[in-house]
Write a protein that binds this ligand. Structure first.
Ligand SMILES: O=C(O)CCC(=O)C(=O)O
Length: 318
């Protein structure tokens, strides 16, 4: 590890560092005061925040399709009936599976996204972060922003969550992420719980050997695993140095104990997979060295809920 990376990790391990950063982002966070009041959370919008803060608050309803099955309500649901037939077929098992595949949804846009990403990496406007991730390319590309706010996609996601969604971030990959199984709620968390949804887009045809996306159908129904459920090593002042590894180990145990069955997504260019906030997923090993796995993820939070990052105990900044 380089000295600068070591120093940056060290500084970021102190919660006060995030509090100072929140202070700089005060104009973006001050709107949270209304949400904190709405849900009875008594704390400053610049303070660290985690699931511990919500323990004393009354339980809130989960997203509607966690409580009932879309299959049971679809026939009588006008909005569901207004979706094109192919979309209806793709999302009908959402409540049971926790994911939906929309073949070729962004097939027309994929090549142009690849061109834009390549050009912006070359010019230095975009850079890799956290290893192999290109974060927030949507801030640099009208096309990516447009895709993230695609009207039909936004309608589908809002329908599935039962609340309007707002685009939070994009992540682009050139190679497979090789990320171990996880659920997004440990990174992007909400109160009430479960109000995050994400889409993954294949930007080229992808075979397993390229480090394809994998996921565990039905795993979204497992209890949410938040900081209290693993040894995060965090204290009043600091975040635990190995909290993410401890989390991933905990998830690996959960998968073994519950005997969950993995599926690997061999995708065609433009295919979209929508995943539930709590669906376990990750990136397969790359068994064909040097292969690419061009893909893009959009994460969306629901409107009107408290949005934060459980593992780093920070409020989400839009
Ligand atoms: O693309 C992948 O391999 C995983 C991405 C992911 O897990 C995420 O963005 O939450």
């Amino acid at each position: 590890m380089s000295i600068s990376k070591y120093l940056s990790d060290f500084v970021r391990s102190f919660k006060i560092t995030y509090t100072i950063s929140n202070l700089f982002n005060y104009s973006k966070l001050k709107g949270n005061a209304m949400l904190y009041k709405k849900y009875g959370l008594k704390k400053s919008v610049i303070s660290p925040i985690s699931s511990k803060d919500f323990k004393q608050l009354p339980p809130q309803p989960q997203p509607w399709l966690d409580e009932k099955s879309l299959k049971d309500v679809s026939k009588a649901h006008a909005e569901f009936q207004s979706f094109p037939q192919n979309i209806q077929e793709s999302i009908i098992n959402w409540s049971e599976d926790g994911y939906a595949i929309l073949p070729g949804f962004f097939a027309k846009e994929a090549d142009e996204v690849n061109r834009v990403i390549k050009e912006k990496l070359k010019s230095g406007e975009l850079k890799f972060r956290y290893g192999n991730k290109i974060m927030f390319a949507l801030n640099q590309s009208e096309l990516i922003r447009r895709m993230g706010n695609d009207i039909l996609m936004t309608k589908i996601l809002s329908f599935l969550l039962g609340k309007e969604v707002k685009l939070f971030q994009s992540i682009n990959f050139i190679e497979g992420s090789k990320q171990r199984a996880h659920s997004d709620i440990v990174h992007m968390t909400t109160y009430p719980q479960g109000y995050l949804i994400a889409i993954w887009i294949a930007l080229e045809d992808i075979k397993e050997e390229q480090g394809a996306l994998f996921y565990y159908p039905g795993s979204h129904k497992l209890p949410y695993i938040l900081n209290d459920e693993f040894n995060s090593g965090s204290s009043y002042f600091r975040l635990g140095a190995n909290s993410y590894k401890a989390y991933e180990d905990r998830i690996e145990d959960e998968i073994k104990n519950k005997g969950l069955q993995k599926k690997v997504l061999e995708a065609k260019k433009g295919d979209v997979l929508i995943w539930h906030a709590n669906l376990l997923h990750g990136g397969s090993a790359i068994t064909k060295p040097g292969s690419t796995r061009k893909s893009m993820v959009f994460h969306y939070y629901a409107d009107g809920v408290i949005c934060y990052h459980e593992i780093t105990q920070r409020p989400a900044v839009f």
